[in-house]
Design a binder for this molecule. Structure first.
Ligand code: COA
Length: 497
C-alpha cells in the first residue's frame, strides 16, 4: 500500500465520527452489491447513543438502488435515516416510509445522478463508497456496482472509502465510468453494442477529498436464490415461446440485448434462455446481473453482460472471484445513468422484462403502491427500460396471497407505466400481446390470456358493464365500480365475491 493511502487508514468508528447531524450521505451500492458495510453500522451505533442522550441526529441517504441490511437496515432501525432516495426494498425502511417517519423520494434510476448534479436534489455532503483499490493519484476502483458513485464523489465535500478486499483487485477493469457532459452541451453517448466502453475503469478524485479509508473483507449480503417455482417457469416458457414466434414473424432482429429485473422470475427467464436450443447467444444490457448469468456462461451462450451491478449469491460471488480473469472481458459495469440510459436502451433495441404488482385490463401497470397507498420498493429502472425498450414485457403471477388478490384489475390503484408504454403482459396463465390494440381489444386479450380463471368472469362482467354504461366506449371505465375489487379486498380480506 502506498504511504499516502496508508496514512488515510482509519477505523469505521473514526469514519462515522466525521459525519454530523443533518448530512446527506451519497453511498455506493446497487442492490445488495458494492455498498458500504461497516461505516453505516458504526454510524448507526453512534446515532443511537446521540439520540439516547436526548440530542438530535439524522441523515439523508442516497444510494444507487436498494442495498444490503448493513446500510439500509442498520440506519433505519437506529432511527437516524430521515430521508431516502431512490429505490429501496428493505422491510425496515418500507415500514418507516409507510408510517411517515422516513421521507422517500422515488425517481427513475437513470435520473438520479443528473438531478444531483443539477441541484434538483440536495447535494451529498459525504460520499461513502466501497472500492477494491485506491491509488495515490486518486483513482478509485469501485467494487461490485456502479450506481451513482462517480457523481456522489464528484459532488460531495468529502469522501470515505471502504476498501473491501473480498473481491480482490481482480475487479479492476470491469467498470466503465463515465459522466455525461452538462445538459445543453451533451453529445450522443457512443455505445452501439452492449460491450462498448466510453469512460475509464476508475473514478478520478482529488486525493485530498478522501478523508478516510476503512479496510474490510466482507461479501455482499445477497441471499442464495431459491430454485424457480412452477409459476416463474411457466412465465419464462410463455416468454420464450413468444420470442420464437416473433423470430418466425421476422420481427426480432438477431442479437437484441435483454434487460431483466431482479428476482426469481427474471432469473428463471434467463435460465430458460440458457437451455433453449433456438437461442445461440445472448447479450444483456441490463441493471442487475444475477446468478443465472452462470447458466448462460456454462451453456456457452453469453456474448456480453453490461449492467450496473453484480448481484450474486454467496456461491456466485465465490465463483466469480475464482474465475475473475476469464470472466472480466465479458462484463461491463456502468454508472446507472448509462446502464439505464434511454438513448442507449432505445438505440440497442433492448427487450425489457420487469415485474408488476398489478396491471389493469387496459394495460396500465402498478409496480410500486399496494392498494394505491403503501410503498413497496420504488420504480427502480422499470420506467427507464419500459418506455424505451424495443419490446417491453411485464410479468406477474395472476394472483397473490393465495388467490385473495387478482393481479389483473379493472383499474390500477397507482400508475407507474401507462398504456402508451406497455406492449406485452405475461402471467403463468399466458401471454397477451396488445400491440396495436384499442383499449377494449386490449382488455379482452389481457383477461383471456393473463387473468386467473377464478377472476376471469368478474373482469369480463366489468368490461361488458362498462360497454353498456360507461360515458364513453373508448376506454369504458365506470368510476363508481373501477375499484370494486380493491374495496372488497379492504373490507373482506379478499377480492373474491
Ligand atoms: N397486491 C398486493 N400485494 C401484492 C400484489 C398485489 N397485486 N402482488 C404481489 N403482492 C405481494 C406478494 O404477495 C408479496 O408479498 P409478501 O412479501 O408478503 O410475500 C410481495 O407483494 C412481493 O411479491 P412477489 O410476487 O414476491 O414479487 P417480487 O418479489 O418479484 O416483487 C415487485 C414484485 C413489483 C414488488 C418488484 O418487482 C419491484 O419492486 N418492482 C419495481 C421495480 C422494478 O421493476 N425494477 C426492475 C428494474 S430494477
Amino acid at each position: 500500500m502506498h504511504p499516502e493511502i496508508q496514512a488515510k487508514l482509519i477505523t469505521a468508528e473514526e469514519a462515522a465520527g466525521l459525519i454530523v447531524n443533518g448530512e446527506v450521505l451519497g453511498c455506493s451500492g446497487f442492490t445488495p452489491s458494492g455498498y458500504p458495510k461497516v461505516v453505516p453500522a458504526a454510524l448507526a451505533e453512534r446515532g443511537k447513543k446521540i439520540l439516547e442522550s436526548g440530542r438530535e441526529f439524522g441523515v439523508s441517504v442516497y444510494t444507487g438502488a436498494s442495498v444490503g441490511d448493513e446500510l439500509d437496515g442498520t440506519l433505519a432501525r437506529a432511527g437516524i435515516m430521515k430521508a431516502r432516495t431512490p429505490y429501496q426494498s428493505h422491510k425496515d425502511i418500507r415500514e418507516g416510509i409507510n408510517n411517515g417517519s422516513i421521507e422517500f423520494f422515488d425517481l427513475h434510476l437513470s435520473h438520479v445522478a443528473q438531478q444531483v448534479r443539477h441541484g434538483f436534489l440536495k447535494k451529498p455532503t459525504t460520499a461513502i463508497i466501497e472500492a477494491v483499490d485506491v491509488t495515490q493519484n486518486g483513482k478509485v476502483y469501485l467494487a461490485g456496482s456502479g450506481g451513482v458513485s462517480a457523481t456522489y464523489m464528484m459532488m460531495a465535500d468529502r469522501i470515505i472509502i471502504e476498501l473491501n478486499h473480498f473481491y480482490g483487485k481482480g475487479l479492476k477493469g470491469i467498470h466503465d465510468v463515465y459522466i455525461p457532459e452538462e445538459t445543453g452541451r451533451r453529445r450522443p453517448l457512443p455505445i452501439y453494442t452492449p460491450a462498448d466502453r466510453l469512460g475509464t475503469p476508475y473514478v478520478q478524485v482529488p486525493l485530498e477529498k478522501i478523508v478516510g479509508i476503512v479496510e474490510t473483507n466482507l461479501p455482499d449480503s445477497m441471499g442464495n436464490l431459491v430454485a424457480p417455482d412452477a409459476d416463474s417457469l411457466a412465465i419464462a416458457r410463455h416468454i420464450m415461446e413468444f420470442l420464437s414466434h416473433e423470430k418466425r414473424k421476422g420481427r426480432l432482429p438477431h442479437g437484441l440485448p435483454y434487460q431483466s429485473g431482479v428476482g426469481n422470475v427474471a432469473n428463471a427467464v434467463l435460465s430458460c434462455m440458457a437451455h433453449d436450443d433456438a437461442l445461440d447467444s445472448v447479450s444483456l444490457y441490463t441493471e442487475v446481473i444475477q446468478d443465472s448469468i452462470f447458466e448462460l456462461i456454462d451453456a456457452g451462450k453469453l456474448n456480453v453482460a453490461s449492467g450496473c451491478s453484480l448481484t450474486l449469491s454467496k456461491a456466485g460471488q465465490n465463483r466469480f472471484i475464482s474465475q475473475i480473469d476469464e470472466l472480466r472481458p465479458k462484463f461491463v459495469l456502468r454508472q446507472q445513468e448509462i446502464s439505464n440510459n434511454p438513448e442507449i436502451i432505445r438505440r440497442l433495441g433492448t427487450i425489457s422484462m420487469n415485474t408488476a404488482l398489478e396491471f389493469d385490463i387496459f394495460g396500465n401497470v402498478n409496480s410500486t403502491h399496494v392498494m394505491g397507498s403503501k410503498m413497496m420498493n420504488g420504480i427502480g429502472g422499470s420506467g427507464d427500460f419500459t418506455r424505451n425498450a424495443y419490446l417491453p414485457i411485464f410479468m406477474t403471477t395472476s394472483i397473490a396471497k393465495g388467490g385473495k388478490i387478482s393481479s389483473i384489475v379493472p383499474m390500477v390503484t397507482h400508475v407507474d407505466h401507462n398504456e402508451h408504454s406497455t406492449q406485452i403482459f405475461v402471467t403463468e396463465q399466458g401471454l397477451a400481446d396488445v400491440r396495436g390494440m384499442s383499449p377494449v381489444k386490449r382488455a379482452r386479450a389481457i383477461i383471456e390470456k393473463c387473468a386467473h380463471p377464478m377472476y376471469k368472469d368478474m373482469l369480463t362482467e366489468y368490461l361488458d358493464y362498462g360497454l353498456k354504461h360507461a360515458p364513453s366506449k373508448h376506454t369504458p371505465q365506470v368510476l363508481d365500480r373501477a375499484f370494486e375489487m380493491h374495496l372488497r379486498l379492504a373490507q373482506t380480506g379478499t377480492m373474491q365475491a
